[in-house]
Design a protein around this ligand. Sequence first.
Ligand code: ATP
Ligand code: MG
Length: 175
Amino acid sequence: MPESQHRLFFALWPADDLRARIERDTRAFVAQAGGRPIPAANFHITLVFIGDVPAAQIEAARIAAGAVTARSFSLSLDMLESWTGADVLVYSGEYPPPALGTLIDRLRISLLQQHFKLQRQTFKPHVTLVRKLPRRLPKQPLPRLEWPVNDFVLVESQAEESGSVYKVIGRWPLA
Ligand code: ATP
Ligand code: MG
C-alpha cells in the first residue's frame, strides 16, 4: 500500500482583520477580473513550498521551522499585478523588506539540513487573489497595507472538490 502523502508549505498567515481588509481593498478588481477568486480564508504568502511528502516528514518540517531564528518585520503590500504564465492576479509589495528574504533563506537552509529537496524559488512574495485569470489587468497601485509579521506557519493543503483547503498545523514566533 503506498504511503499517504501530505502537501505542505510554509507561509505567512494574515490575522482575520487583515484578511478582511485584503478582501475589501481588492474586491472590485477581483470582480472585474473573471477567473477563480480565492476565498479570503485561503489568503496567504507562501514562504517555501515543500510539496507532497510522507507523514514522517511533517515532524522533520517542524524541527526545521523550530531551528529558525529570525526577526519580526513589517510587510507592505501595495501593488495589484497580473502574472501571465501562472495566470494569477496577485497583491504584492514593490519592495519586499530584506527581513522577509532572510526568513525565507533561513527556512530553506534549515529544511535542507533536514534533507528536504526544495525547488529553486524565483517568485516574488505575494497574496494570490485570483487563479485561472482569463486576461491581464493593468498593473496598478492599491492602498498600502501594512502587515505586521510576528510569526510564520506550516500549512497542509488538502484537495477538496470545492478547491484546496488549508490547515495550519504549526506556528513559530519571530523574535
Ligand atoms: P489549487 O491547487 O486548488 O489551485 P493552490 O495552488 O493554492 O490551490 P496548492 O497547490 O496546495 O494549492 O499550493 C499551496 C501553495 O503553494 C500555494 O501558495 C501555491 O501557489 C504554492 N505552490 C504550489 N505549487 C508550487 C510550486 N511548484 N512552487 C512554488 N509554490 C507552489
Ligand atoms: Mg496548486
